[in-house]
Design a protein around this ligand. Sequence first.
Ligand code: ZN
Length: 330
Amino acid sequence: MKWQNMRQSSNVEDARNSSSSGGFPGGMMGSGGGGGGLISLILSMLLSGRGGKGLILLLLVVMFLGGGLSSLGGMFDQGGSSVPPTEQSSGSNQDGQTKSQDDIVQEQGGDKATDPEMAFLSAVLASTEDMWAAKFKEHGMEYRNPTLHVYSGQVNTSGCGFSTAAAGPFYCPADEKVYIDLSFYRELKEKYKAPGDFAMAYVLAHEVGHHVQKLVGTMDQYVKLKSQLNEKEGNQLNVRLEVQADYYAGAWAKYAEQQGVLEDGDVEEAIQAAIAVGDDTLQKAAYGTVVPDSFTHGSAKQRTSWFNRGYQYGDFEHGDSFNSEIDLPQ
Ligand SMILES: [Zn+2]
């Protein structure tokens, strides 16, 4: 992505050097599979009888990966195993692309590696701000910018409780912030085999998609509806929420293309990331088997097809995943 000359958003909080942890008494929450921190938090709250409001708010956190809260059931069923790393050091490196700015981390190297990442995410965020402000205006609505909160290790949100980097990027509707630990950048590349700057751009655009869902009221409807459903139906509703965020990410990719900032291979990088974080991909890697009823974020095929649909149409109308077939014709 040609992001170097793009406007950078000022709605970014760099909290990588601040200790916002507040010393949550869970301990040992920095490692483990996706969502380990949040799960530990919930368990601690339940065990200490401190569920209440904090727990309810926490459940509204919308995460990028399926390995978070949603895997609670799966984790118990599977004897506590979490998503293991899917390392396979096959000698063939299939991303033999030669885009020099493709990998910001490698290009910069050394201690300053994180600053270009901040600049990059600020540029992507600014681009989503411009796009959604225009789209909302077209529909007689006003867009309110979300805040990107970049932290390191662990974070206390204002309204969605405590989280750690293990949970992956997430959006907190209560404070309208997207929370990202930059280590996820490397995780995408190394653990999920989805390298490239646009893979991370997709992640951010997906989280901004959840913010759009909050602003247009979809999130509220989702919460109301979900409370009336059983687990299986609730999971399906969750998938609809997630693939819509993927649709919105695709819509942004279309906008970025129209702005002339896409490079060859960018869209493929996003799609590779969507495949990598598909529920079936993650489950297969973790358990060797796939249980579609437990999907909460959508299969690789669902996620990529909704991203592609957003990339194709880029409007609100075609993105109603709540009232259309979830499995799109290919
Ligand atoms: Zn999501």
